[in-house]
Design a protein around this ligand. Structure first.
Ligand code: DGL
Length: 279
């Protein structure tokens, strides 16, 4: 439904659709709502099939298509693919299929890392599929071929987050992080892109292992800034009520998701989460 009154045509009160394989995309939603608190959001977490990052490209494309189709049925004005794994292998399929702005989460953090680095050494961590795709390496090289890019796949990070192994003192998550991040530490990167929207939930641990001098770049938060300014420029912001409404959909049971998402979003979302089937 479009806006009304004097500003008719300059705004759009439909929701923003956002999807990820699970909880991770909420790191993006949280930042976006800080910037645009009166936007409605429809969030889909494909918790029944998480993690995506260890699956084949064909499977990720198929899942991404079903996720996007689900959101498209909810009268949305735009879509944010809050999953680096999907963005690294399936963006073309999505942008060709829908006539609305669709945002990916790779370009904005690559740009932020390029601005931030002092020694030109940028680290990227992500799922196996994201790292294998080389999407970050090309995004950074497109900015300048001078940067040295060091990458590491961290396939256990997403399951750790989904299972709630998050606290700074969590010994298992710390051990896993020490092993995954060893080569990046040795490469002396001064900037590390968290190339998976789940990873900011482990940022205390990642920062402890890498050392505080290494700046962590959050792919969801960087993209949220870009989405906010782009929607404003395109005159697609909402002029509705003071606070937007978020509807959460998941493809597995709602219990674990509700509890963890409530803790992360710092609001009780129980009652706002529905379980759905996608195929
Ligand atoms: N948050 C997703 C990403 O950004 C996780 C993918 C997965 O499920 O492995 O890559």
């Amino acid at each position: 439904m479009a806006g009304s009154g004097l500003l008719e045509g300059l705004m759009d009160n439909r929701a923003i659709g956002i999807f990820d394989s699970g909880l991770g995309g909420l790191t993006m939603v949280k930042k976006l709502l800080q910037l645009l608190p009166n936007e409605d959001v429809v969030y889909l977490g494909d918790t029944g099939r998480v993690p995506y990052g260890s699956r084949s490209v064909d499977t990720i494309i198929k899942y991404a298509g079903q996720d996007a189709e689900f959101l498209a049925m909810h009268n949305i004005k735009t879509m944010v693919v809050a999953c680096n794994t999907v963005c690294s292998v399936a963006m073309d399929n999505l942008t060709e299929a829908y006539d609305m702005p669709i945002y990916e989460v790779i370009t904005a953090p690559a740009t932020a890392a390029a601005k931030n680095t002092k020694n030109g050494k940028i680290g990227v961590i992500g799922t196996a599929a994201t790292i294998r795709s080389g999407a970050y390496k090309s995004a950074i090289s497109n900015i300048s071929a001078e940067f040295e890019v060091y990458m590491a796949a961290c396939p256990l990070f997403v399951p750790l987050v989904e299972e709630g192994f998050l606290g700074a003192d969590n010994e298992i998550a710390t051990k896993v992080a020490e092993q995954y991040l060893k080569s990046l530490k040795e490469s002396a990167v001064d900037t590390l892109i968290l190339g998976c929207t789940h990873y900011p939930l482990l940022s205390d641990i990642i920062s402890k292992v890498m050392g505080e001098a290494v700046n962590l770049i959050d792919s969801g938060a960087e993209t949220a800034k870009l989405v906010a300014s782009d929607l404003q420029q395109k005159k697609l912001l909402s002029d509705a009520k003071p606070e937007g409404e978020i509807k959460y959909f998941v493809t597995d049971s709602i219990d674990g998701f509700s509890a963890r998402a409530s803790r992360f979003m710092r609001s009780d979302i129980e009652g706002k989460v529905q379980q759905v089937t996608l195929d």
